[in-house]
Design a protein around this ligand. Structure first.
Ligand SMILES: Cc1ncc(COP(=O)(O)O)c(C=O)c1O
Length: 228
């Protein structure tokens, strides 16, 4: 999405805690605090677990907090900042994932200042989404950020925002996919390269450049004979 890291974190938080969800937000610096502010502004049910900035997250306290949640106010999600840039602390996602897995919670992660530099185990299926940005560890342009999200989580996503709505983005990705898949059944292994501008409706292009052999062209011409 076009926006800095905060746009991705906001988009992830606003989309992935469903209307009937409840988030435990782990905070050990200003970026954890920012997620709590986002929750307040969107009216997302959440509790703040605030830890001293200069110490590692207290896993026993987190477990106790999860287990003490009253019937009807149980947590469905946990949020953590992977690399809390405030202090430079790398919060270990593995034990957080374990706490979530054991209790059926989903973990959302602000990885704005770690993605591309610190390993993230996407095989951990409690990990529901990771928000990150192009211009930090990926050394790319400023103003472009992204959320990596499990498709299953999108199917339950809330639609609280317009521009940053992950569900909307998913629809925009699904529709071209439908067209691509439909064309692929006719493509017989060729990439159909549409015409440009107004010509897109009426013609397509054939490339004879690149690693294209006379045998490829014969096969192409045979396909024309069958389909055109
Ligand atoms: C961990 C973390 N989260 C979120 C942000 C916010 O990103 P941005 O300033 O690109 O909006 C930062 C920025 O440094 C960050 O380090």
């Amino acid at each position: 999405m076009t926006g800095s890291g905060t746009a991705a974190v906001e988009s992830m938080t606003a989309a992935l805690i469903p209307a009937n969800g409840r988030l435990l937000n782990l905070e050990d610096g200003v970026y954890g605090d920012r997620i709590a502010q986002i929750c307040s502004q969107y009216g997302i049910a959440h509790e703040r677990a605030i830890f001293p900035w200069m110490h590692p997250l207290d896993l026993d306290a987190i477990a106790a907090r999860l287990d003490a949640a009253q019937e009807g106010a149980q947590f469905t999600h946990m949020a953590a900042v992977h690399h809390e840039t405030t202090t430079g602390r790398l919060n270990d996602l593995r034990p957080l994932g374990k706490l979530c897995r054991e209790r059926g919670l989903r973990l959302i992660v602000d990885a704005v200042s770690s993605f591309g530099a610190e390993p993230i185990d996407f095989a951990d299926d409690s990990l529901c989404a990771v928000a990150a940005t192009a211009n930090k560890c990926l050394h790319a342009v400023p103003g472009a950020s992204f959320v990596i999200v499990r498709r299953a989580a999108l199917s339950q996503a809330a639609s609280r925002t317009y521009y940053l709505d992950l569900g909307r983005l998913a629809r925009m990705q699904d529709q071209p996919e439908q067209v691509r898949a439909g064309l692929a059944t006719k493509a017989e292994g060729f990439v159909i390269y549409a015409g440009q501008g107004d010509l897109a409706q009426t013609l397509f292009r054939i490339s004879t450049m690149g690693h294209v052999t006379p045998a490829d062209l014969s096969r192409l011409l045979k396909c024309f004979a069958q389909h055109v």
